[in-house]
Design a protein around this ligand. Structure first.
Ligand code: MFK
Length: 577
């Protein structure tokens, strides 16, 4: 079967220009000026988010949550965005010694992050998912808040994601003492009570192969556990608590021999509990995130649930942070396009506004289509997560969630880097100049395919799910079929055909590759995963497009679906087998 054309050879779709509607005031040619892009209310301006919520959330729920989204949209496009620009050159600092020679290892956050922490707590960017005022829709509500909040706070989503993951993991652990001790703080709306959590997994042996972790857990004389080891890449090291892995002495090698521990970083006097912060990482992006190398030298910790199976027990954290990763990816895509679109309506070149230049707008239309597709996949995982949390999930949906979480994370992780990179080009040289604040978007985007499982690690995770239980692929096929069954419009017929063809190819490839053996299966796992991810995105986009035509009288999403369908959906090639 022939794969679709790669994205950069996509046939320009004149209809794609209709993805954007400009108010009349922007249609007059302005005099030349080197205009800076500005942002309006990021909820009000986001046609995709608003339309999606209208379809997927009951009207009474939407009425109740809308004011919180309008307010977050106002902050994200206003005060927070201005603060973010002003904070651009600030970075967290580590002071290891005080003036009198005492080891203090104090990390000072930047002003933006201090404000972000307060706003995140007050607006319930974590808490909303736990208060469950709107049942399973609370997770969608929370993800919508996170989506609006993230692009203006320089990856403050990192500590929030881990905090969310820790709260869910503790609640699921049944460890009542830890639940009572930590969860009220992790889900608090009071900034003075609010705690964040770290997720200390990565050691020198690897961020992916976590089972090789070398940190040892030893009971002291009172049978309290103490941890000894080096945590090599600990994000947001200012958190009050952390979930971490260590091997109880004498346990076997591998992930099963690790145990999941809870620890509090500081004692009542504010001193670190036998932890030294060796240095902060010097990273390409996420420069506001104080990522540290830590040495644990007898750090007191408590078992969360049992002395083994640490890797399996920490996976609830991973699955939630992977959801956050996808939401962050679509939010950065959205932000880069919002800025590029605004700029296109201000910047004149060759005698006209960029927004009147067909090629410029065609380029942005391609990015918009990619972003809309990613959006629907990320929010489908949010919906399923909400179902799982309120136990309104059947076995098929549970398998779908398990499969879609890695597929969504890896697919959106690739999309965000491509979209943000192209969006920067839409500013010409300005996109390459630091004090526009634009290059930071690309640097921050680049972490999203890496942390929380690289594209390859997650492709293998998805493959494992597909191979372990045939019902997983059936669940995905059923979801895609449900999407396509609702699609009647002639203009969506070809996109729907592309979805069906890609899904059929993926299924036959998987069957043949299983017969061919592990080498073939693993070598093709990334192409399989991206094919499934992109085909699902297109199916979801088609469903939304049909709904939007019928319920909003709007053909905009149809244009996006047609445009996305011209990009590479099926990445499997004949050479794969
Ligand atoms: C902006 C938002 C993002 C926020 C970012 C926060 C910053 C934090 C930065 C970081 O911490 S980055 C580090 C993150 N690290 C990873 O994401 C680890 C990536 N590696 C993997 O995911 C590997 O696949 C894995 C470590 C899980 C493999 O380890 P093992 O020791 O080979 O375990 P194994 O045997 O694959 O899995 C153990 C069990 O867990 C198995 O179940 P059983 O014990 O019943 O057989 C697996 O089926 C199960 N499992 C694995 N992954 C799972 C899972 N179960 C549910 N969901 C999953 N995702």
């Amino acid at each position: 079967m022939e794969a679709n054309k790669p994205a950069n050879q996509a046939v320009p779709d004149r209809g794609a220009l209709r993805l954007f509607h400009f108010p009349l005031r922007f249609q007059n040619i302005m005099q030349f000026q080197q205009a800076l892009p500005t942002l309006g209310n990021q909820y009000e301006d986001d046609l995709v988010l608003r339309s999606y919520l209208k379809r997927s959330v009951p009207a009474d729920v939407l009425r109740e949550i809308k004011p919180t989204l309008v307010e977050m949209g106002r902050l994200a496009g206003g005060d927070l965005y201005q603060m973010q620009l002003a904070d651009r050159l600030n970075e967290p600092t580590l002071t290891q010694w005080d003036a009198w020679g005492n080891r203090i290892d104090w990390i000072e956050l930047t002003p933006l992050w201090r404000v972000a922490e307060r706003i995140a707590a007050e607006h319930g960017v974590v808490a909303t998912a736990y208060e469950q005022k709107h049942g399973r829709f609370s997770r969608v509500h929370q993800c919508a808040l996170a989506y609006l909040f993230t692009p203006s706070t320089d990856i403050y989503s990192c500590p929030l994601a881990m905090t969310d993951g820790a709260a869910r993991t503790l609640l699921g652990s049944g460890n009542q003492a830890l639940i009572e001790r930590a969860v009220p703080h992790l889900t608090s709306r009071d900034p003075k009570e609010f705690w964040t959590s770290g997720q200390w997994m990565t050691e020198l042996t690897g961020g992916s192969d976590v089972g090789t972790s070398e940190t040892i857990a030893r009971p002291d004389q009172s049978q309290h556990w103490l941890l000894y080891g080096r945590k090599w890449f600990t994000s947001a090291a200012t958190s009050q608590i952390a979930l971490t892995l260590a091997r109880p002495e004498g346990n076997p090698a591998g992930g099963r021999g690790l145990a999941l521990f809870y620890l509090e970083m500081r004692d009542e006097q504010g001193r670190l509990r036998n932890i030294t912060i060796d240095r902060l990482k010097d990273k390409l992006g996420t420069r506001k995130v104080p990522t540290a190398e830590l040495t644990l030298d007898g750090t007191p910790a408590q078992l969360v649930l049992g002395t083994t199976d640490g890797v399996r027990n920490i996976t609830p954290v991973l699955n939630l942070t992977r959801l956050w990763n996808g939401i962050s990816a679509v939010s950065l895509m959205r932000r880069s396009i919002a800025l590029a679109l605004d700029y296109a309506q201000r910047r004149t070149a060759f005698g006209a506004l960029l927004s009147e230049k067909p090629l410029h707008m065609d380029t942005l239309a391609g990015l918009q289509a990619e972003t809309e597709a990613a959006f629907h996949l990320a929010f489908l995982v949010a919906e399923l997560t909400g179902r799982a949390e309120t136990k309104e999930i059947d076995e098929e949906q549970r398998l779908l969630l398990r499969l879609l979480t890695p597929l969504m994370k890896l697919t959106t992780g690739k999309q965000v880097v491509a979209v943000v990179s192209e969006a920067l080009e839409a500013f010409g040289g300005a996109g390459y100049v630091e004090d526009t604040g634009l290059p930071m978007l690309l640097r921050d985007a680049q972490v999203l395919p890496i942390w929380e499982g690289t594209t390859n690690v997650l492709s293998l995770d998805a493959l494992r799910v597909l191979v372990a239980d045939d019902r997983a692929l059936h669940a995905l096929k059923a979801e895609v079929s449900r999407c396509l069954v609702s699609v009647h419009d002639d203009r969506l017929a070809e996109p729907a055909r592309i979805v069906q063809s890609a899904m059929a190819h993926a299924e036959s490839w998987l069957a043949k590759a299983r017969n061919a053996g592990t080498l073939v299966l693993e070598a093709g796992a990334r192409r399989l995963a991206l094919t499934l991810g992109r085909a699902t995105e297109l199916a979801l986009l088609c469903r939304h497009a049909q709904w939007s035509q019928e319920n909003e009288g709007n053909g905009r999403a149809t244009v996006a679906a047609r445009r996305f369908a011209t990009s590479a959906i099926n990445l499997l090639t004949a050479a794969d087998l």
